[in-house]
Design a protein around this ligand. Structure first.
Ligand code: LMR
Length: 334
């Protein structure tokens, strides 16, 4: 009964926000949790700028970075309730809405962003954008951040080195299993709490791309990062389906075109931004970076890979096969 009432209220709010402002612009609140000088932060601002230029007076985008409006534990609910209209959560945060998206968390599946691009452009990858329609969530695009690295207060050269440590993770069963497979403990935690948790010793380590590490001043609270590149951190830009379908068709078409343009720019510059942030972490002098020899990397791969088997039924064999094909194409060309 309660959920019926909540659904009716959500339907009313989303329709109201799209249609009842016939006299003024449609407002799109775009909420996210990271800093402005990250791939996602820059993408949100570019989207805002292009919409202001091309849909002046019809649509206005308001960007709320740094968990200022909603943290990641609340933002999906806010989207479904029509309190915000656009988000770009990391793909690891969608497990409660569709188990298939867990494919992106499988460790050592995608070797780099080119493999991700190929998978995301495949029919299976495009299909995942639509996989939450029955929950009222529609994916418009994938945005890259970068490959994940592992941080701690001691050097992590071999998988055994994480044994007994506790890592902050995003709310993903795959990530939980990945650390457990190596004998480490995990704690699910919103992004905005990670710095303090590391500082207070509530957790011993974390995983994220360089850009998130640097912009969250990781070097103040962690002494080591190992360049494992063991997984990807990517985003899906999502809207509330009812809100989106309620927009005038020409507005939706223009925003679709703008989103494609922004996506191209975000994805073309994410790697360089991560590299720049890696360099800035090194320059800070506060953190030592451990790079791995190929045989050391193989040990990490071997320690984490058993996780795949457990999650294959959730992800589905056709999605996993398409992801593997996209990844293997890369190794064939090298
Ligand atoms: C995290 O929680 O570590 C990331 O998903 C944050 C982000 O949005 O990049």
């Amino acid at each position: 009964m309660r959920s019926l009432a909540a659904a009716a209220l959500a339907a009313f709010l989303t329709l109201y926000s799209a249609t009842a402002r016939a006299d003024g612009p449609v407002i799109i609140k775009f909420s996210h949790v990271v800093a402005e000088n990250t791939p996602k932060g820059q993408g949100a601002r570019l989207f805002q700028l292009l919409v202001a230029e091309r849909l002046k007076g019809r649509v206005k985008v308001e960007v709320y970075p740094n968990s200022d409006l909603h943290g990641d534990s609340r933002e999906m609910e806010a989207l479904m309730m029509g309190e915000v209209q656009m988000l770009a959560p990391s793909l690891s945060k969608f497990a409660p809405y569709t188990p298939k998206l867990q494919v992106f968390d499988l460790p050592f599946l995608f070797p780099d962003q080119a493999a991700l691009d190929r998978f995301q452009a495949s029919p299976e990858g495009r299909g995942l954008l639509e996989s939450m329609r029955d929950r009222g969530i529609l994916g418009l695009a994938y945005w890259h951040n970068g490959m994940k690295q592992l941080s701690a207060n001691r050097p992590l050269r071999r998988p055994e080195d994480v044994r007994g440590l506790k890592f902050r993770i995003q709310p993903s069963p795959v990530l939980e299993a990945q650390f457990r497979a190596m004998g480490a403990a995990t704690l699910r935690m919103p992004f905005s709490e990670v710095y303090q948790a590391l500082q207070a010793g509530v957790v011993d380590g974390a995983e994220n791309p360089w850009s998130n590490f640097y912009t969250q001043q990781l070097h103040e609270v962690q002494r080591h990062v190992t360049e494992t590149n063991h997984g990807v951190l990517d985003y899906m830009v999502v809207v509330n389906t009812r809100f989106w379908d309620g927009l005038p068709a020409d507005v939706r078409a223009e925003m679709t075109a703008i989103m494609a343009e922004v996506t191209q720019k975000v994805n073309a510059s994410a790697q360089a931004l991560n590299q720049a942030h890696r360099n800035q972490l090194v320059a800070s002098g506060g953190i030592a970076i451990t790079t791995l020899a190929p045989e050391e990397m193989a040990a990490w791969r071997e320690a984490m890979r058993p996780v795949w088997k457990r999650f294959e039924p959730d992800v589905g064999s056709s999605v996993l096969r398409a992801a593997q094909e996209a990844s293997q194409q890369e190794s064939r060309t090298h």
